[in-house]
Design a protein around this ligand. Structure first.
Ligand SMILES: Cc1cc2nc3c(=O)[nH]c(=O)nc-3n(C[C@H](O)[C@H](O)[C@H](O)COP(=O)(O)OP(=O)(O)OC[C@H]3O[C@@H](n4cnc5c(N)ncnc54)[C@H](O)[C@@H]3O)c2cc1C
Length: 266
């Protein structure tokens, strides 16, 4: 990234106006990912003065400001209470404390990275995003959108529903990107199964989820759910793993995850 000017926005509206002045104008989160890109940015807009670094509890929600560093989510009791810690545990797998103190939740979501270990647990916990102009949108809908995001993400909202979660990141070393990640959440009346970094973006194993409904997680039901997941989800090959290897990993860890959330209940 080559920046000609860094501008500190004094309001969200000003940040939005600046962003939309020119195609090359870009919002800076932690700048950790942007810094790696060979892009020329005429104006980089910082949101540092806008008080978007917070984690707040409301009756049935947790609201997390877009400029909240990832490490704050790892350390937060409130975030740990979501889905039996899946979100905080998943984020704890992203590089080391140094990077997590810089990288923000906003940059991690708006980037829509296929390799993300953060998006799948947020998806499974039914997260919503609040943008300055677009307003509130589910994370699921946002991930369907394409192209550059010319809006300011203000906060991420996560419902505080009773749930039990499982997250597994498979990588060559703890500091590598995921070869595959598996997120499973048992909610009050349903299960959510998400495969991420396949190496494409995160997808729901919808047929397995529909089959499970709120059935008990006995061996027969788990076997059928794994079979349906295998039939539905496709995997790809890249420099870190083959499609066949990812398929075997998915089979193994979806089974383990379902067993784990099943055992947690009993
Ligand atoms: C070496 C390295 C290893 C990594 N390993 C992993 C890993 O293993 N797993 C994983 O999940 N992630 C990993 N990441 C990604 C990391 O977790 C962050 O997601 C990434 O750095 C983006 O966060 P950021 O705050 O630095 O965003 P930036 O780089 O600042 O921004 C990213 C994008 O989001 C936009 N943006 C940022 N904030 C806003 C906002 N509020 N409103 C609108 N647009 C916004 C920017 O314009 C830009 O397009 C890694 C990153 C690096 C550099």
């Amino acid at each position: 990234m080559k920046t000609q000017m860094i501008v500190k926005a004094s309001s969200v509206e000003e940040a939005y106006e600046l962003l939309n002045e020119h195609a090359s104008h870009t919002v800076l989160g932690g700048g950790v990912w942007l810094k790696r890109l060979p892009r020329k940015i005429e104006k980089a807009i910082t949101l540092d003065a806008l008080n978007l670094d917070y984690i707040k509890a409301e009756a049935e929600l947790v609201k997390i400001g877009s400029m909240t560093p990832l490490q704050s989510l790892v350390d937060s009791d409130l975030v740990q209470s979501l889905g039996s810690e899946i979100l905080s545990k998943a984020i704890n797998h992203v590089m080391g404390v140094g990077l997590r103190n810089l990288a923000t939740l906003g940059g991690s979501v708006v980037g829509r990275y296929g390799f993300s270990d953060i998006i799948p647990p947020l998806l499974a916990l039914d997260a919503k995003l609040v943008f300055h102009r677009k307003g509130e949108i589910t994370l699921e809908k946002f991930l369907e959108t394409k192209g550059s995001v010319k809006d300011i993400l203000i906060e991420v909202i996560v419902p505080r529903k009773k749930s039990v979660g499982y997250f597994k990141k498979v990588s060559n070393t703890p500091l590598d990107f995921s070869i595959l990640n598996i997120t499973i959440v048992k909610k009050e009346d349903s299960y959510c199964i998400i495969l991420g970094s396949r190496p494409g973006g995160a997808v729901f194993a919808r047929k397995a989820m529909a089959f499970l409904g709120n059935k008990p997680l006995n061996t027969q039901n788990i076997n059928e759910a794994v079979r349906l997941m295998e039939a539905e989800i496709s995997f790809g090959t890249n420099h870190s793993a083959t499609a066949d290897y990812r398929h075997v990993l998915a089979k193994t860890y979806v089974r383990r995850g379902l067993e784990e959330v099943g055992n947690y209940e009993s």
